[in-house]
Design a binder for this molecule. Structure first.
Ligand SMILES: [Zn+2]
Length: 213
């Protein structure tokens, strides 16, 4: 969020601290040597440039402002006041502890209060936060709170289900393990019928407020 000064928003990188491309490529060469290989051998010569370009894609979310994306809303909804649910929004993110992929899907819902946003904006919102270094819990909160703050709906619900490669390919090696996080605001928090209706729509039904099985 560019509008917030860095000192009040420690997660935002100070723009002045951003290295140039050749410094980034040189860091990749260091990691190749750290892995035990030779960055000057033929197969690896173009790798630093490719990795740096890939990083531009993986972390494009730092250059986009989610508030601006959501700011264009539509007030003409002909009295539509039921929940809007976008389910199974696939995303790719990177864990901020190991910088390896987090791959999963987000389900985003809100209960409109006069205004709605274009549906592609919900997917964009997920992508902007996914394309940053993340932990899943923080990403869940960021998506829900931004939607809530900008749209001011009667409620917001976000559920994220994801597999963390730092758990599946290293460390405890638990392939297939999925982490589920959720944030319920407004009517989704206070009204269990609304919450259950949402969880049923995204295929998470069960006895508890959020069925983790
Ligand atoms: Zn990790």
């Amino acid at each position: 969020m560019a509008s917030i000064p860095p000192e009040e928003h420690p997660e935002a990188a100070a723009p002045a601290a951003r290295p140039d491309r050749s410094a980034a490529e040189s860091a990749v060469r260091t990691l190749i040597r750290w892995a035990g290989d030779d960055p000057t051998r033929e197969g690896l010569l173009d790798t630093p440039a490719r990795v740096v370009r890939a990083y531009e894609e993986f972390f494009a979310g730092y250059l986009e402002d989610p508030v601006q994306i959501l700011s264009r809303t539509f007030a003409e909804v002909d009295g539509y006041d039921e929940m809007v649910v976008m389910s199974d929004i696939r995303f790719e993110s990177h864990c901020e502890h190991h910088m390896v992929p987090i791959i999963g899907k987000a389900h985003v819902a809100y209960l409109p209060d006069r205004r709605v946003v274009g549906i592609s904006k919900l997917a964009r919102l997920v992508d902007i936060y996914a394309r940053r270094l993340q932990i899943q819990e923080k990403m869940t909160v960021q998506i829900a709170d931004t939607l809530n703050d900008v749209l001011e709906p009667k409620g917001v619900a976000v559920v994220i289900e994801a597999a963390h490669q730092c758990m599946t390919t290293r460390g405890v090696h638990k392939p297939g393990a999925t982490l589920i996080t959720s944030r319920m605001l407004g009517a989704f928090r206070s009204n269990s019928t609304t919450r259950r209706e949402f969880l049923a729509m995204i295929g998470l039904t069960g006895a508890g407020p959020l069925n983790n099985t």
